[in-house]
Design a protein around this ligand. Structure first.
Ligand SMILES: [Zn+2]
Length: 300
């Protein structure tokens, strides 16, 4: 599943050529991906003829600002891809569900074999209407996150985005001390920290030398500072390498190219392989139906 670094890779790539472009037509061939709208026609009508003004990200959501103040929000779900094409003659991949055509004939295609992803147009709330924003996000002291949540009520529930919201380690500590569940559960709960999933939660915990099953409230100040730093360092490195593309998954950037952070993974998907730090085999456990990878010696 694409997580923050993969979504950010897609955002940065699309920002380079979509900003300023006018959406000429939108074709929807699978209504399931625009399920928030009554009909695919409603979705199309909100986009056709409008220009893209901005490309942002919050958690795992891509957000394209339109010239009328509305936002096109795209969540890639488990297997969504956004792929650019020079024109309609480029062969369409299987499972292409939405095609955006721009003024010069170039296309952006939404491809999703498992169809868990979604696209919708969000209309900002009327003046004076209060949006209930996540109590964790409200701890933010800077960044674009709060403005985005006010404009896009569908995303107001999202917890802290490690880059779009600014919180120092002390506020991060307050969040951790208020949670009695395990670190893995806290880090992957989008309503607490937005953007981390299975891969980057495991990698951040290894980098911070903390076990997945430690209760968040049990962390010492030093451990919290270590975790806070590890999350932003791991995500920054992963973005630098264009995200992670695993053998069994299909993450590619809009040019169809895979990421390379899989070469740098310390624990994720490395069950039985020697830990890069202590050489003991990496362990895997199943937690809430999903795999967690860790080193018994290096993480406590
Ligand atoms: Zn180790």
């Amino acid at each position: 599943m694409p997580e923050l670094p993969e979504v950010e890779t897609v955002r940065a790539s699309l920002a380079r050529d979509l900003i300023g472009k006018k959406i000429k037509t939108v074709a929807v061939t699978n209504g399931r991906v625009v399920r928030r709208h009554k009909t695919a026609k409603d979705f199309r009508a909100l986009l056709e003829g409008h220009s893209i003004k901005s490309a942002q990200r919050l958690g795992k959501n891509l957000i394209f600002g339109l010239d009328n103040g509305n936002h096109l929000v795209i969540h890639l779900g488990m297997s969504g891809q956004l792929l650019r094409a020079k024109n309609s003659k480029d062969p369409k991949p299987k499972h292409t569900h939405v095609v955006f055509t721009f003024a010069q004939g170039e296309e952006l295609r939404y491809v999703d074999p498992r169809t868990f992803g979604e696209l919708y147009v969000s209309i900002p709330p009327a003046e004076g209407v209060d949006v209930e924003i996540s109590k964790f996000a409200r701890l933010s002291i800077g960044g674009d996150g709060l403005t985005l949540r006010r404009q896009i009520p569908e995303l107001a529930h999202l917890g802290i985005d490690p880059f779009e919201d600014q919180i120092g380690w002390d506020r991060f500590a307050a969040i951790m001390r208020s949670r009695s569940t395990s670190l893995k559960v806290v880090l992957t709960d989008q309503d607490i920290i937005a953007g981390l999933g299975n891969i980057y939660a495991d990698e951040s915990l290894f980098s911070a030398a903390l076990r997945y099953d430690r209760r968040a409230e049990s962390l010492s100040t030093i451990e919290i500072r270590r975790l806070h730093r590890a999350i932003s360092e791991v995500l920054t490195e992963a973005i630098k390498h264009g995200g992670t593309t695993l053998d069994d998954e299909q993450f590619v950037n809009p040019d169809g190219k895979p990421g390379s952070y899989q070469q740098y993974l310390q624990v994720y998907n490395r069950e039985g392989l020697p830990c890069h730090q202590c050489r003991l085999p990496i362990k895997r456990v199943t937690l809430r139906g999903r795999s967690t990878f860790f080193c018994e010696k290096c993480q406590s």
